[in-house]
Structures are given as C-alpha cells and as structure tokens.
Write a protein that binds this ligand. Structure first.
Ligand code: SAH
Ligand code: SF4
Ligand code: F3S
Length: 461
C-alpha cells in the first residue's frame, strides 16, 4: 500500500498532546507519514479542547476552513477527536455532515480500524446518500493502553528532540468541580499499571530522555479505588509509591508531576519531597479562588486555610519551591470581597507563575445553571488586576535570580540558532543562553546575568 499523509492539529492540555503523539505512532505503523500542510494530507485529525467556550469556538472556525480543502480533495478523510468530539458528537453529526469520523479520547487505540470503516462508508456514500460521520464516543472501562510503547519509535527522534517526556499515568477525573467539563469529556479515573508506566519511561530513557513529567488531570488520585470514599487529608497514597518507584529508575535525572488538585495532595508529600531530590522545585497547585464561599460553590473540597497549610508544609522542606496556579475569575456569585480574598491569597503564596481565566459556562456542568453571573466588564477588570499583580511578582522573583549560579537543564535550541539554548532551572524558570555548547538534557552551571518578566539570561560558568 502506498504511503498516506496525516496532518494533526492539537489544542488544549498536555493530555491532548500525548494523545496526538499516540495517534501518530499508531498511524506510522499503518503506513502513514506526518505532514505539516493540511492541503497535502489524505487524513486530517483535529484533536480538540472544550475547557472554555473560546477553545471550542476555535475548533468550529477551523472546521469551516478545512471544509474548503475537502471541496477540492474529495478523497480527504476529516476526523474530529478530543474533548469537543466526546461531548458534542450528536449535534456535530447533524451540523457538520461533511465530517467523516468523530471519536472520543477512549477510542484512540482503534484509530486504524475506525479509518478503514470510515473509508468504506465513504465509498458506499458515492452511490448512496452519506449516513453522516462514523461516530465512536462510548467510554471504555479497561485500564490499559493497547499500543506497545516501542511503536512510538518513528516519532521519538524528531528535529526538535527534547530530553523531557510527559508520561500519562491516569486518565479521566472523578472530582466534578462544578465549572469543569473534563469529567464529561474524559470519563472516570483510570490508572495505568506501574509496569506499563515503567516500560514507557525505560524506553524514553534509552532514547536519551532525562526528565520525566508524570501527567494526569489529577495525578494524586493515581490508583485510588473509585468505589471507596476519599478522606482528606490522605496520609499515604499509591501516587507516593509511584513517585518513589519512578525516581529509582536509572537515568531519571529530573522528575515532575502535574496536575494536583489541592484536595488530593497528600499530607505525606512534603516528607517524600525531602526524601527524593530528583523531584524538581516546581509544583502546579491550582487554587481557583481564595474565597471559601466560592471554593465551596466550585466543589473544590478544600478551604483557603487547607490550601495555605499545604503550601506552607511544602515550603518548610523545599524553601525554593516555585508554585504555580490556575485561577478562575468571575465564577457566578463572586463578589468584590471574594475577589479581594483571591488577591490576598496570591500575595501570600507568592507564585512563580499564574494562569488566570474568565469563567466560561460549560454545557453539562452544574455551574452552568447558576443565575448570578458576573458581568463581563467586571470579569475583565478582575482578570487584568490579577495578571498585573502576578506580573510584578514574577518580575521581582526573576530579578532576584541575577548574580546567582543556577544548575540549568538544557531543553532545546532551534535549527536556525544552534548555539542559542533554552533551559530551565530546578525551579522551572526559563533561561536563555545566547552562546552555549551542549545537548538537550545536559545540566550546566549558569551565571544569571539578566532578567525580564518572562525569562532569565545567562552564561555557562
Ligand atoms: N485538573 C486540573 C485542571 C484542568 S483544566 C485541576 O484540577 O486543577 C485547567 C484549568 O482550566 C483549571 O484549573 C481551571 O482554572 C480552568 N477552567 C476549567 N474549567 C473552566 C471554565 N469553565 N471556565 C474558566 N476556566 C476553566
Ligand atoms: Fe476539572 Fe476539577 Fe477534575 Fe480538575 S479536578 S479536571 S478542575 S473536575
Ligand atoms: Fe481541554 Fe480536554 Fe485537556 S477539555 S484542557 S483538552 S482534558
């Protein structure tokens, strides 16, 4: 069979990035090669995100554009994957009949078979009216990914090799925060067995990878029993065992994990951070709001005080820990005082990085039914105020790095500028090295000489 070309566009979180890599790996073993130009493709897959309305809207706009390519190339297979596909398959089938295939995140492993079926239906459709896109969105209950990891081979050595790899350890989410669509797009939590995770990591290490990032919507509930009630705070969880296990795999120089819902962040974690030096000083702990009223309305299951206590406990053992967070402004009913509470929490924690979003009502979620919406102008003002506050803090922290010698992990350079490296400190701060020798994954000592709001600059000493 002749080689066919696939073009994938990926939106959303690291989970989707990992899923797209898996799709490419699978397709490579079915005679597909990757193309960056949609016009040349035999197959186009949009791997979509539904977290906020803006993300969903981008997908629909893009589909409108791709429809034009399909008009020119009648053979083209156009597929919709990811979190928009999962929850909106039924309405999209009717609105966008020119799609050939719609499949949810739990059907990635079946992609080659789905493609053959979609193509058969296409041929039949030349004589009969097309029945609409082939659709697969049921959730699976099995825990395994069926693709052996060595199938990923063709996609490992790409032109921008990076010594960091994300390894998915848990899919789905059971938390049902009232604003969030993820439990509906990804289903219930399903953890991968330790052996499978270990095999994948060993495979990457053999390829030259040095840093592993364990990935999940809520990594701290790794391997917890879905049927058991969960107590807060957890003294001990299987995730802590997994961290210990992974840290002991030879060649894992740096280890990170995200995301942690603060409710599920075990109180035994600080002790483990003390024990395992390869876990970086970088922790993403999304707080969402500093107001207890709003946290309760969001169903986050922790209070401002619980959160601050966990931050404090981590700082005690890791004084340089760089915390990052996500915040939603303008959740229904958020008052000026609630927002002030968020600002004061942000000041107290002194985050290294902060991601802030305006609340966006999502279909299926319970918050979408709340009536007391915050006007858009107020949301905009709060968002700006929060971002300004953080910009000052990040700048202050970056300035404080000047004159320090930091151990920097070389991440990537571009082909155009082979001596211009981008690296990260142990705290995850981006360091530019305009004149450096090395390879991705090397750790070098760098004197920090300059700082801006977004990055540091230095030279190897
Ligand atoms: N599992 C992660 C969050 C993944 S979604 C966690 O629990 O922290 C990433 C971020 O998107 C969330 O932290 C939240 O800040 C934001 N987000 C999710 N739903 C949203 C919505 N409906 N409107 C605005 N922001 C939202
Ligand atoms: Fe969404 Fe909450 Fe689950 Fe995070 S923990 S994915 S915010 S429901
Ligand atoms: Fe988006 Fe789905 Fe990730 S909604 S943020 S791609 S889990």
């Amino acid at each position: 069979m002749s080689t066919r070309r696939v073009h994938i566009e990926t939106w959303g979180c690291q989970m989707n990035v990992a899923d797209s890599e898996r799709m490419l790996a699978l397709l490579a073993n079915h005679n597909f090669e990757q193309t960056k130009t949609p016009e040349n493709a035999d197959l186009i897959i949009l791997n979509t995100c539904n977290i906020r309305e803006k993300a969903r809207h981008k997908v629909l706009t893009r589909l409108g554009e791709l429809r034009e390519i399909k008009k020119v190339n009648g053979e083209l297979i156009l597929a919709l994957a990811g979190c928009v596909a999962q929850v909106e398959a039924e309405s999209l089938r009717k609105e966008l009949p020119f799609l050939d295939l719609i499949f949810g995140p739990d059907h990635i492993d079946e992609l080659p078979a789905l493609l053959s079926r979609a193509m058969e239906e296409k041929v039949t459709a030349e004589t009969f009216r097309k029945p609409g896109p082939l659709t697969e969105t049921t959730f699976q209950t099995d825990q395994l990914y069926s693709i052996p990891i060595d199938l990923a081979e063709p996609w490992v050595d790409n032109e921008r090799f990076e010594a960091t790899k994300f390894v998915n350890i848990i899919k789905g989410c059971n938390n049902f925060c009232t604003y969030c669509v993820v439990p509906y797009t990804r289903g219930r939590e399903k953890s991968r067995p330790v052996e499978e995770i270990e095999n994948e990591i060993r495979f990457f290490i053999a390829k030259g990878v040095k840093e592993i990032v364990l990935l999940g919507q809520n990594v701290n509930s790794y391997a917890l029993d879905n049927t058991q009630p969960r107590n807060n705070p957890h003294e001990h969880t299987p995730f802590l065992d997994l961290l210990r296990h992974v840290a002991n795999i030879p060649g894992v120089d740096r280890l990170r994990f995200f995301t942690s819902n603060p409710h599920d962040f075990p109180i035994a974690m600080p002790k483990l951070l003390q024990e395992i030096p390869s876990i970086c000083d970088q922790l993403h702990l999304p707080v969402q709001s500093g107001s207890n009223t709003i946290l309760a309305a969001m169903n986050r299951k922790y209070t401002r005080e619980d959160y601050l206590a966990k931050v404090e406990a981590v700082r005690k053992v890791r004084p340089e820990m760089a915390f990052s967070t996500d915040i939603i402004v303008g959740f229904p009913g958020e008052t000026d005082q609630d927002f002030e509470d968020t600002l004061s929490l942000v000041k107290e924690v002194r985050y290294a990085t902060l991601f802030a979003f305006k609340y966006s009502p999502r279909k299926l979620t319970s918050a979408a039914r709340l009536k007391n919406r915050v006007p858009d102008a107020v949301q905009n003002r709060r968002l700006q105020e929060l971002l300004n506050l953080q910009r000052e803090e990040t700048e202050r922290q970056n300035q404080a790095e000047i004159g320090l010698v930091r151990s920097v992990f070389l991440v990537y350079r571009t082909i155009k500028a082979p001596h211009y490296w981008h690296g990260r400190t142990f705290q995850g701060r981006l360091v530019r090295l305009p004149n450096a020798e090395g390879k991705s994954g090397d750790t070098v000592n760098v004197l920090i000489e300059k700082a801006s709001a977004t990055s540091l600059e230095g030279r190897i000493v």
